[in-house]
Design a protein around this ligand. Structure first.
Ligand code: G3P
Length: 217
């Protein structure tokens, strides 16, 4: 199981990455804008999260033409070998991903909403495909069933493309996705923090600490 933090807020990412629970960090232009991170800061941000313990950093390429996306992807990949280049599941994004994958760049096809798009990601040799569970559910469809279809299709075609589920709305989503065989999930910092706040666990841990104080007197 690989869990990722969907954020570009370095001060929030660093303590969570240092727990060793999270494999890496995923970003997109909305997340960069939300955190106030500029394109020029991407190299230093990448090195900082790697230094804090990330083993993969997902950076999304921008541009409306294939060539622009491709060149942008090459720039992002040049920042560090542990960068995964995200490209949207548009014709241009898929085409750029195909060229990048052929050069050995790890890519993630993102903004995915339908099972056939996972097949497209596999066809272009993408390392990951990122379906947006929350947004699929928001549209009135069954996001879990759609992602289960993706997982089944990729499995039965012996694809090496891994599902990275995104747009997660609750900690319960993690278990439901894992039950469908999804092994990579990315979610926000607030959801990550909730993972460590199970009240009964905190209560038991405190009771253990109180008890050991009494026996160690
Ligand atoms: O990585 C995609 C993710 O950031 C989208 O999440 O909550 O905006 O649907 P959300």
């Amino acid at each position: 199981m690989r869990l990722f933090l969907d954020s570009a807020n370095l001060s929030q990412l660093q303590p969570l990455l240092r727990t060793g629970v999270f494999y890496g960090v995923t970003t997109n232009p909305l997340i960069l804008r939300e955190s106030g991170l500029s394109i020029a800061e991407l190299p230093s941000f990448t090195q900082a999260v790697l230094q804090a313990g990330a083993r993969a950093v997902f950076l999304q390429a921008w541009g409306r033409q294939t060539e622009v996306l491709y060149q942008c992807g090459r720039f992002l990949a040049s920042i560090d070998g542990r960068v995964v280049v995200k490209l949207t599941a548009t014709q241009e994004g898929l085409s750029a991903a195909s060229r990048l994958a052929a050069e050995g760049v790890h890519t993630c096809i993102t903004a995915v909403y339908t099972p056939f798009q996972a097949l497209l990601a596999s066809a272009v040799g993408a390392t990951f495909v990122a379906p947006y569970l929350g947004r699929i559910n928001d549209s009135g469809r069954d996001g879990y069933a759609i992602i289960a279809k993706m997982a089944e299709s990729l499995k039965h075609t012996s694809s090496r493309t891994e599902i990275l589920a995104a747009s997660i709305r609750s900690t319960a989503d993690l278990v439901t996705l894992a039950q469908e065989g999804v092994r990579c999930i990315t979610f926000s910092v607030p959801i990550a923090e909730r993972l460590f706040q199970e009240p009964m666990t905190l209560e038991a841990a405190e009771a253990f600490e109180q008890a050991i104080q009494e026996v160690s007197l």
